[in-house]
Write a protein that binds this ligand. Structure first.
Ligand code: F6P
Length: 499
């Protein structure tokens, strides 16, 4: 069955939202807080170890109910079911969209179970040192060779969960920049390095160029027979992997029903699994699955991904905000924004709707950001006093992992005060110097999580995955293809020929 395909601007809810926008556009949030003492309690979602405060948005109860009406009118509920049931909702590629099946331990597909078992066995052997290199030494370094979804997700999670890591050193090579490859290789010992080539297609130019260069480097001091001790591949193109010279037992599967940018939960995450151990990797999956259940079953008014997605539509399509910022208050999440940039912008950067018509409203949000507090000293000036309205997601943790209480209090004080400053500005204060005045009324969400565990990270990533899905449904686009990257690839090859 196909997804519903209604132009959102033709719905009743959209028209009502348009009228409502003109009522609310000039209203200051500080007045809304004054008028409704229960605002903070009402606009707060509490779920397991997550608190999502969305009270600092330019909304009233009416806004929320109209946005929920919009979701109803556009068939969001049935769309969610179609996704989870495995309908081929990626219609332009005739594929199902089932990254959620990678973490559903209750009704797991046999091939997923088998792949997880293989990941467990391999990661255990590498961690325990029973996987030996060609001279009999245990592995000390792992190099993930892949780009886009074959790097951004695993790299982000590996770094985010460093606290849970063992001593293996994990490296990521993605760019077809020979200098970066050389810089990485110069630190490595062939005898103790394991290379994981991750490419769903096994044809991606950057990945295959790097993989071949690295294979040649490896073979300078070893033989073809040694490859099986040092090269693993994760791909859905098994024959190309075998042609490359990797033995069958070292191939991990990828499936056409998992998009690259949603694949960190599969064997694409093998580097992460080696870094943090299988048990922690499974916790990551379980955390994501819990969020899947919440997303699938919870009422939309209490549903974290749905509410966050609708708020984002509110700013994107009615306030015509150009971008959104994401600011995690932990150094561990320094790769979170680049990961989300691919997930969000490759999914929803579309301008043709599900009926094949050119779209005349805004779709995909542009997301950017960096970790707080660093970002405060870099681009927050523009958030506070610039001319653009940039809704912000603040992500923070109640506790630090090393229980460094004193410093964590300072980090948290920064985390809470920035959203407060964006909200209040210098509201109703008489500031004689215009340069020192802040208009305030700048929207933000505050996502506060108990602590950074593998499980909570899994849930957090799944929130954003589902937010992407909801927005794609609202905008009537196909979120799971990426035809827009093809032309550039073709022209690169053409140019390469003429160079
Ligand atoms: O060019 C974009 C893209 O297709 C992404 O969607 C994907 O994550 C990346 O390239 C890598 O693709 P592959 O895993 O097939 O090498």
């Amino acid at each position: 069955m196909n997804l519903p395909s209604i132009n959102p601007t033709t719905t009743e809810a959209w028209n009502k939202l348009q009228t409502h926008f003109s009522e609310i556009n000039e209203v200051h949030m500080m007045d809304l807080f004054k008028e409704d003492k229960k605002r903070v309690d009402k606009m707060n979602l509490s779920w397991k170890e997550f608190q999502v405060d969305f009270s600092k948005n330019r909304i009233t109860d009416k806004t929320i109910s109209l946005l929920l009406e919009l979701a109803e009118e556009l068939g969001l509920k049935e769309a969610i079911e179609l996704q989870f049931e495995g309908s081929k909702i990626n219609q332009t590629e005739d594929r199902a969209v089932l990254h959620t099946a990678l973490r559903d331990f209750h009704s797991m597909k046999p091939e997923v179970k088998k792949s997880l078992q293989k990941m467990k066995k391999t990661s255990n052997a590498v961690i325990k040192g029973t996987w030996k290199g060609f001279t009999g030494k245990p592995i000390t370094d792992i190099v993930n060779i892949g780009i886009g979804g074959s790097e951004l997700g695993p790299k982000m999670v590996t770094n985010a969960l460093k606290y849970y890591s063992n001593d293996l050193k994990i490296h990521y090579i993605s760019n077809v920049d020979g200098d970066h490859v050389s810089e990485t290789l110069k630190k490595l010992n062939r005898e103790t390095t394991l290379f994981i080539i991750v490419s769903k297609s096994f044809t991606t130019q950057e990945t295959m160029t790097n993989a071949n260069a690295i294979k040649n480097w490896f073979l300078q001091e070893s033989t073809q027979l040694d490859i099986e001790k040092h090269f693993i591949a994760v791909s859905s193109n098994e024959s190309a992997v075998i042609d490359f010279g990797i033995s069958e037992q070292n191939v991990f599967p990828m499936w056409d029903w998992v998009g690259g940018r949603f694949s960190l939960w599969s064997a694409v995450g093998l580097s992460t699994c080696c870094a943090i151990g299988y048990k922690n990797f499974e916790e990551l999956l379980r955390g994501a699955h819990e969020m899947d259940l919440h997303f699938r079953n919870e009422d939309f008014s209490e549903n974290i991904p749905v509410v966050l997605a609708l708020l984002s539509v509110w700013y994107n399509n009615f306030f015509l905000s150009e971008t959104e910022a994401i600011i995690p208050y932990t150094q561990y999440l320094e790769d979170f924004v680049p990961f989300l940039q691919q997930a969000i912008m490759e999914s929803n950067g579309k301008s043709v709707d599900r009926n094949g018509n050119t779209i005349n409203y805004q779709t995909g949000t542009i997301v950017w950001g960096n970790v707080g507090a660093n970002a405060q000293h870099a681009f927050f000036q523009l958030l506070h006093q610039g001319t653009k309205l940039v809704p912000v997601d603040f992500i923070g943790f109640s506790e630090s992992l090393y229980h460094n209480k004193k410093q964590h209090e300072i980090l948290k004080a920064n985390f809470f005060s920035q959203s407060e400053a964006l909200l209040q500005g210098t509201y109703k204060q008489s500031i004689s110097n215009a340069y020192r005045a802040f208009s305030g009324n700048k929207p933000s969400n505050t996502i506060l999580i108990n602590n950074l565990t593998p499980k909570n990270l899994g849930s957090l990533i799944a929130i954003y995955e589902h937010k992407i899905f909801v927005q794609g449904i609202i905008w009537n686009i196909f979120s799971f293809d990426q035809w827009g990257v093809e032309l550039g690839k073709k022209l690169t090859n053409k140019l390469l020929g003429s160079l």
